[in-house]
Ligand binder design. Structure first.
Ligand code: ATP
Length: 505
């Protein structure tokens, strides 16, 4: 697109989570699930605009994985898997969170989050050393499964329940986060199955199917987008922590001696992706894990600064051969790859179980980060003396992510302007998502589009009837330019294309 003529307005992203939740609901992005029955905790539905934004984010990720890399292919595995999958993956025995209840308020908390909250308080007060030593002590106790020790630490740190303000805590218990259900009509142990708590295992059990049918050579990756389910103990931060959510995971199968190199490579590539979809560098940071999950030999989170602080949005994990080796042991099916490439001695690398570097991002957390970053409020100084400044709210989404790319608005409905605008809208629809709107004053219609993030508004006026030109109004700068109708497809088409995102990665 041509450069805006006016200086861009300087907006600041809206601060509070409450404003974000309200905007998401009011403009059809996210609704509480089954709201007419007062909702279901930690479950949400995406509305008519939310589903478009989410689909666009998923598409950007999918293309970034499977289109930009010759050696990455996608799959779509079932949510239900053989129960032994979760034994092999360690989820049956180890996918637990330590929980604790306050006897007075009857509220349940994650013990580790209470301690992390205290450490954050120390850090904010400038005592980084005390914060770190508390985290270290927590890591040590959890690692040793010393749950009494965790409870004692909570009490010693004088961490009270935020509701009852008392130290009247129960013991700490481990709580498995997997949802289970029965398959078939007989209630016996063998029919107990789980809703998958991560999509990764659907990739591991298909590793050889994909490798053989696709004649894939190490290094190669398998990508997947799909639902995952976790019975989270505490879920209070909107779509940040849900019980049903969506993951976008990619498992990259590599030669064992190249693990560090690929880990660093994916760490960088994934950060670039987040910047390319429009998240600002200063709101993104790496966070190395102090306490590694049971499967990981190295792990880093990419954190985003949400209104409630920097939190994990994506995890990058060097998983070694943990998963494939365990599946091999439990299934008794070899999970090996024959590598015909030659090593430095001129001999083939031969048979081995590949190592894995995983990238795992939550589609919902990516949505929340994108939405928080986009919601912008600004004051427009009045051009006339004595007149009040105006407030404006808009969603500064990357144009390729916006639910609608363009809105066509006739200045008035009469004199053939409406028909002309409708014809323009329908000629654009096959290229990108376009809406026609003739309801109310043009200023109000611009505002409606700003609130859902439509990057381009096309106004049809009397001049259009004479010379087939229209005005394009740019969402962020509010600048306007006159272009001919025949140029619209090309001008807007490129600006809103996924290409724009992919080029930045
Ligand atoms: P957390 O520490 O916040 O519970 P995690 O380390 O358990 O997250 P992973 O198991 O690494 O998360 O999952 C990968 C990604 O899936 C996370 O980075 C996050 O974006 C997403 N995710 C995990 N749990 C949830 C959830 N309950 N709701 C929404 N997204 C989630």
């Amino acid at each position: 697109m041509s450069q805006p003529t006016a200086a861009p307005a300087t907006g600041t992203p809206a601060a509070s989570l409450q404003e974000i939740i309200s905007h998401a609901k009011e403009y059809g992005f996210v609704f509480p699930s089954s709201e007419i029955y007062d909702g279901l905790q930690a479950v949400y539905d995406y509305g008519q605009n939310g589903v478009e934004l989410k689909n666009n984010l998923k598409q950007a990720w999918w293309k970034a994985m499977t289109q930009l890399h010759d050696n990455i292919v996608g799959i779509d595995a079932a949510i239900f898997m053989h129960p032994l999958t979760w034994k092999a993956s360690g989820h049956v025995d180890g996918f637990n969170d330590p929980m604790i209840d306050n006897k007075d308020s009857k509220k349940r908390y994650r013990a580790d989050q209470l301690l992390e909250g205290k450490a954050e308080e120390y850090a904010k007060a400038g005592d980084a050393e005390k914060a770190q030593s508390l985290l270290n002590e927590m890591g040590r106790l959890l690692g040793a499964e010393d749950l009494d020790g965790v409870r004692n630490l909570i009490i010693a740190e004088n961490i009270v329940c935020p509701i009852s303000k008392t130290l009247n805590w129960t013991e700490v218990r481990q709580f498995n986060l997997m949802f289970s259900t029965q398959v078939g009509s007989v209630a016996e142990d063998s029919s107990l199955i789980y809703l998958r708590p991560e999509t990764a295992q659907g990739i591991f059990v298909n590793f050889l199917n994909v490798q053989k049918s696709g004649r894939m050579k190490v290094p190669f990756g398998i990508a997947q987008i799909g639902k995952a389910f976790r019975n989270e103990i505490v879920a209070r931060q909107f779509i940040f922590r849900m019980r049903e959510f969506e993951q976008m995971e990619m498992q990259f199968f590599i030669r064992p001696d190249t693990s560090t190199q690929w880990y660093n490579n994916w760490k960088e590539t994934r950060l670039k992706f987040h910047k390319a979809i429009g998240l600002p560098a200063e709101k993104l940071k790496y966070h190395d894990h102090e306490k590694l999950a049971h499967y990981a030999s190295a792990a880093v989170d990419i954190e985003y600064e949400f209104p409630f602080g920097f939190r994990e949005m994506e995890g990058i994990h060097a998983r070694g051969d943990f998963d494939l080796r365990n599946h091999q042991e439990l299934s008794k099916k070899k999970q090996q790859y024959f590598d015909a490439d030659l090593d430095e001695n001129g001999k083939p690398y031969g048979n081995y179980i590949p190592y894995v570097v995983e990238t795992s991002v939550g589609a919902d957390r990516l949505f929340l980060a994108t939405f928080c970053n986009a919601l912008t409020k600004e004051t427009i100084p009045s051009s006339e003396e004595g007149k009040e400044n105006k407030e404006r709210t808009y969603l500064k989404l990357h144009p390729a992510l916006a639910p609608f790319k363009a809105a066509v608005l006739p200045l008035v409905k009469k004199d053939g302007l409406a028909e002309k605008a409708e014809a323009i809208a329908s000629s654009l629809k096959s290229s990108f998502r376009t809406v026609y709107d003739d309801g109310g004053a043009i200023g109000k219609r611009y505002t409606r589009q700003d609130l859902i993030g439509t990057p381009f508004c096309i106004a049809v006026d009397y001049q259009t009837m004479e010379d087939d030109t229209v005005t394009i109004r740019h969402r962020d700068s509010m600048s306007q330019e006159r272009v001919s109708i025949s140029e619209l497809k090309e001008k807007i088409g490129y600006a809103v294309s996924m290409e724009r995102i992919l080029e930045g990665i």
